[in-house]
Write a protein that binds this ligand. Structure first.
Ligand SMILES: Nc1ncnc2c1ncn2[C@@H]1O[C@H](COP(=O)(O)OP(=O)(O)O)[C@@H](O)[C@H]1O
Ligand SMILES: [Mg+2]
Length: 217
């Protein structure tokens, strides 16, 4: 399964969700590869921040080039799950990452502005679905304030959204940044935390949404 974490908007949590999802899958026994497809290289920076003596859970490779579409399928054969940390902006790079994916996960903050701002990415996905009808896409709510309900206007905006919204929501929590500075994921830095629980739930939701064959134990 190749999961493209994409959204043309910067700062929505593409990198945060990508590396934490990758870690959740790796700790469940899947063979995981994290592909950094953003020229900014945040996932690569994250992996190099990891202490020398802390074993990596999965390899991180940089592939911020349009040839990702041709090159990734070959590389992906050796893994159960490949997560693409996508680039912001709608470019050839974004298009190539979409075409390389089986399922697109679009992180969005629970605000109508964030939902509306996905329009160009949604359009790209729709175009890609013409060539690749099996391509699936869903929104994942990120940075929800814990113990608050999502407002009616936001719910309405999501109801009208182009793709389904996954049930599992990720809240705003300091542990995401605190673990990232050490090159760690929340499932490693705080395995019993609410953050780890919500990331594992999101990882399960993506699997259910895509319904792939379960290869690893
Ligand atoms: N659920 C969250 N809780 C707290 N901070 C978050 C969360 N998700 C993302 N952030 C923070 O928001 C900023 C942008 O996130 P990032 O993953 O880099 O977004 P993107 O890759 O889409 O640009 C980072 O500082 C990150 O630590
Ligand atoms: Mg990023």
């Amino acid at each position: 399964m190749i999961i493209g974490v994409l959204n043309q908007k910067g700062g929505v949590g593409k990198t945060t969700l990508s590396l934490n999802l990758a870690a959740a899958y790796a700790t469940s026994g899947y063979r995981v590869l994290l592909v950094d497809a953003d020229p900014q290289g945040s996932s690569l920076r994250w992996s190099s921040a990891r202490a020398e003596d802390v074993k990596p859970l999965f390899p991180v490779v940089g592939m911020a080039k349009p040839s990702i579409r041709r090159e990734l399928p070959e590389l992906a054969k050796d893994y159960d799950v490949v997560v693409i940390d996508g680039a912001p902006r709608v470019t050839d790079l974004g298009r190539a990452a979409i075409m390389a994916s089986d399922v697109i996960l679009m992180p969005v903050q629970p605000s109508p502005f964030d939902i509306w701002a996905t329009e160009d990415t949604v359009q790209l996905i729709r175009e890609a679905q013409q060539f690749k009808p099996s391509l699936k896409a869903a929104f994942a709510i990120n940075r929800k304030i814990a113990n608050t309900a999502i407002g009616r206007d936001v719910v309405d905006a999501f109801t009208e959204a182009a793709f389904p919204v996954l049930d599992s929501q990720v809240c705003q929590r300091v542990v995401y940044a605190e673990s990232a500075v050490q090159g760690l994921s929340v499932v490693e830095a705080a395995p019993t935390s609410e953050a780890a629980r919500e990331i594992k739930a999101l990882a399960e939701s993506v699997i259910k949404f895509n319904k792939p064959e379960r290869k690893a134990a």
